[in-house]
Write a protein that binds this ligand. Structure first.
Ligand SMILES: [Mg+2]
Ligand SMILES: [Zn+2]
Length: 242
């Protein structure tokens, strides 16, 4: 009998594991004028810094920790995604990694509300913590004062998902038979360039990642298979066959 296959599933969070974008949702629900301000400033201010600044403004006007937690708990999240990852994890051959440009508090709050707090081996994202005053303090994963990453395909200064994926693989020291990467955004293009021919990118349709694959995939030497999906029920189907 051959040894069971070792598999790694990497998840982007916003619009991949969840059916919304945490950074934007919070403000759309609690302070739409701040959401508008973020849209206006997003080309001038680095995104993680802009979210941190908006959280400080929300705190200053009295938006509470409880309101933010509740808003995260009601964010659209497909029950089929919960089933998909729960059933795959139960089969016992798959390690799960979260690689996200959101932050540790948003992600852990939502996972806990779905009973998925033990799903991921590691959550690689921007660090956040609640100040005792109720302010959510957020920082870039790559400290702007320290050495910067050396990404060549356009990752934001806060984090290069490709470098983070390679560092995770080196840390684990496991030769995975198959890596699956579930993503939707333009910043998921860099990590999928690091995948091999036997690996799979489950790409959500109609968003930045699909556009980059079509425009730059061949030029940048994308090697993995690309398998498209629209709704989490399709991820459930695909995971049942992994
Ligand atoms: Mg995303
Ligand atoms: Zn990168």
């Amino acid at each position: 009998m051959s040894a069971p296959k070792k598999q790694l599933v990497v998840f982007d969070f916003d619009w991949s594991m969840a059916d919304q974008d945490t950074d934007r949702w919070i403000f759309e629900v609690l302070a739409p004028d701040l959401r508008r301000k973020m849209k206006t400033l997003k080309d001038e201010v680095q995104w993680t810094d802009l979210v941190a600044q908006s959280l400080r403004e929300a705190y200053a006007r009295g938006i509470t920790r409880e309101q933010i937690i509740h808003t995260l708990e009601i964010m659209p999240y497909h029950p089929a995604m919960v089933r998909a990852v729960t059933n795959l994890k139960k089969r016992g051959e798959t390690t799960f990694l979260c690689l996200s440009n959101a932050n540790s508090v948003f992600i852990s709050t939502i996972l806990k509300s779905k009973g998925l707090e033990d799903l991921f081996d590691e959550i690689i994202t921007n660090p956040a913590e609640w100040d005792p005053s109720g302010l959510l303090k957020l920082r870039r994963r790559v400290d702007p004062e320290g050495p910067q990453h050396s990404c060549k395909v356009g990752c934001s200064p806060n984090m290069c998902k490709g470098e983070e994926l390679e560092a995770f693989l080196a840390r684990k020291g496991v030769e995975y038979d198959h890596i699956a990467y579930v993503g939707d955004g333009s910043n998921d293009f860099c990590p999928i360039l690091r995948l091999r021919a036997q690996d799979t990118n489950f790409c959500r349709t109609g968003r930045g990642l699909q556009k980059r694959i079509e425009k730059e995939g061949e030029k940048e030497g994308l090697k993995c298979k690309v398998d498209y999906w629209g709704g989490a029920w399709e991820i459930e189907e695909k995971f049942n066959k992994l």
